[in-house]
Design a binder for this molecule. Structure first.
Ligand SMILES: [Zn+2]
Length: 572
């Protein structure tokens, strides 16, 4: 395990790597790296900044963390109570510190996460602050440096925390379009939603020595696979060996590496070295239009846990069922062109009401045999890369994309991690935010976390009446926060994962009614309802110019953070 940085006032601290008793001042002089064994202790964000940026050069962004509790989440403690404790314990307003600075006299914008604050979890305020740091980088035409340390998305904010993966990713997409360098520095630990978005979809990914990074945490993988994990699994050296990071850098060399990268990027931007960067569209206003009126939901409110059970029902129509009923002339396309064809993702050309489009979806199955063959709809990195290939093909052909989302989550296995699950999801999320063709996503069954979002950064997000969409499974949430897996029904209610809840929160644009009592009782009627809903939402998008489409899609995902900041910023 990793040592924690010593507290002020303590003269001595014990290294968690080799148990040596170390004089604290000496340890700090050595950047909190044990001089005996090289163990890198975790750093608080202010100390990290002190080590990386030029003295006196850091200016925090003026934006403040908003007071957020968007879904009134309560487990054994209320979310505001946990937030207050984190603030008191760290002296920080949130789990990230953002600002501008120079590093080796090269200007940049920075966001540095702090694991001490609720495990560095990504919520609406954190996503908003990092997005503003990225927007500042774009305004000032300087590189963006992200230092990550996070357990993942913040469960206490439900699907709104999941949306932050898209919000920050699209801000990074804008920097990519402008030819501005983005660098992430992975520090220990970086997992979940942060790993599967801005930690890995930057131009250059550095891993600090001793950092571990992955989509799924070791505990989850052990639980799911029932296997012991290979030696050194998810460590910086493992990531380098599997092609997932550009370099592993000891803490002493980190600043020097950043200086070299920033210098190269600056040289490349001098006149004559590269084509002029086209004028960017201004960043969206800090306080965008309020979330549109939620659609009228006339469905009787169902218990959230009961809805989870319906969403998982083995009789529920699958993507291939809908391709057979809702769509016509499906021509399946296989493969990621990199070495795999994931059976949990199906996609290809199809027609809807005579119009050609690309349909991509998760495939589960009705029988145990089918479910096993399709890995229960849990996509591997090859599945995400196949989906990405098909989306890009659709864009080249000028065809709209319809995605059908039905997955408990992305594959949390050992080989998925080896093949870059986090980066594969991250690249899909970012690429969808740039895709110049209409995208309509429908959550048809289970919308599980980052694996669902990898197909759901869309112009319109629809949801079947008895589908669920959540940042974490109720069982997973219950195990961590209650902590008791038996509390899954309570967790399901606390997470606000049903279609009516998500329509109210603006995460979902429209609810697709199901036949009574649920889709599997009358698959033909469910197919007709899906067809009508997709057509109603897709047709108005077909004439929108691509640049407008992309701008509106980004505004759609930008509002989740901004709305919180705008609505409640004055509350503190
Ligand atoms: Zn040591």
């Amino acid at each position: 395990m990793t040592a924690t940085a010593p507290r002020e006032g303590e003269l001595w601290s014990r290294c968690a790597g080799c148990a040596s008793l170390l004089y604290r001042k000496r340890l700090r002089r050595n950047l909190d790296v044990c001089p005996e064994c090289g163990e890198h202790a975790r750093l608080a964000a202010p100390e990290r900044l002190r080590q990386l940026v030029d003295p006196e050069s850091f200016t925090p962004l003026p934006d403040r963390a908003a007071e957020v509790d968007p879904i009134d989440f309560v487990d054994v403690l209320s979310y505001p109570h946990r937030l207050s404790a984190a603030r008191a314990g760290t002296g920080l307003a949130e789990a990230v510190v953002c600002g501008t600075a120079t590093i080796g006299r090269h200007p940049c914008a920075l966001a540095v996460m702090d694991f001490r604050f609720l495990g560095g979890s990504l919520g609406a305020a954190v996503g908003e602050l990092i997005t503003r740091a990225a927007e500042r980088a774009l305004e000032e035409a300087v590189p963006l440096v992200l230092v990550t340390a996070s357990g993942g998305a913040r469960m206490q904010e439900g699907a709104l925390s999941l949306m932050q993966m898209a919000t920050v990713s699209q801000a990074i997409a804008a920097l990519r379009e402008a030819g501005l360098l983005t660098v992430s520095v992975l520090t220990d630990p970086t997992y979940g939603g942060v790993a599967a978005s801005f930690a890995t979809n930057t131009d250059v990914v550095l891993a600090e020595s001793g950092a571990r990074m992955g989509f799924a945490g070791p505990r989850v993988i052990r639980q799911v696979t029932g296997r012991e994990l290979p030696e050194g699994f998810q460590t910086a050296a493992f990531l380098l060996r599997h092609g997932q990071v550009d370099m592993v850098v000891p803490r002493h060399a980190l600043r020097g590496r950043l200086v070299a990268l920033l210098a190269a990027a600056r040289a490349g931007r001098r006149p004559g070295c590269r084509p002029a960067v086209p004028r960017q569209e201004p960043a969206p206003a800090a306080r965008p239009a309020a979330v549109a009126d939620p659609p009228v939901v006339d469905a009787a409110p169902a218990d959230a846990w009961e809805t989870v059970r319906l969403a998982r029902h083995p009789g529920r129509p699958t993507t291939l069922d809908y391709l057979d009923t809702t769509f016509d002339g499906f021509v399946e396309l296989h493969g990621d062109r990199l070495g795999g064809d994931c059976p949990a993702v199906v996609g290809g050309l199809a027609r809807l009401d005579g119009r050609y489009l690309m349909v991509i979806g998760h495939q589960k199955g009705h029988t145990t045999g089918e479910l096993v063959a399709r890995n229960f709809g849990m996509a591997s990195p090859a599945g995400h890369r196949k989906a990405l290939r098909l989306m890009r093909l659709a864009a080249r052909l000028g065809l709209p994309v319809v995605t059908l989302v039905d997955t408990p989550g992305a594959d949390p296995g050992v080989s998925a991690e080896e093949q870059g699950q986090a980066a594969a999801i991250a690249e899909n999320i970012l690429s969808l935010s740039m895709l110049p063709t209409p995208v309509v996503a429908v959550i048809t069954g289970e919308g599980g976390s980052g694996g669902a979002l990898a197909l759901a950064v869309a112009d319109r997000v629809l949801m079947l009446q008895h589908a669920v969409y959540s940042v974490i499974s109720p069982e997973g949430c219950a195990a961590i926060l209650w902590p008791d897996r038996g509390a899954a029904p309570q967790a399901a209610r606390a997470l606000r994962l049903t279609a009516p809840d998500l329509c109210r929160l603006g995460v979902v644009d429209d609810l697709v009614p199901e036949p009574v009592p649920a889709a599997h009782h009358d698959p033909e009627a469910a197919a007709r309802a899906l067809r009508e809903a997709v057509l109603a939402h897709l047709l108005p998008l077909l004439d929108v110019p691509p640049a407008t489409l992309v701008r509106r899609r980004r505004q759609r995902f930008r509002r989740f953070g901004a709305a919180r900041a705008g609505a409640r910023a004055g509350a503190r």
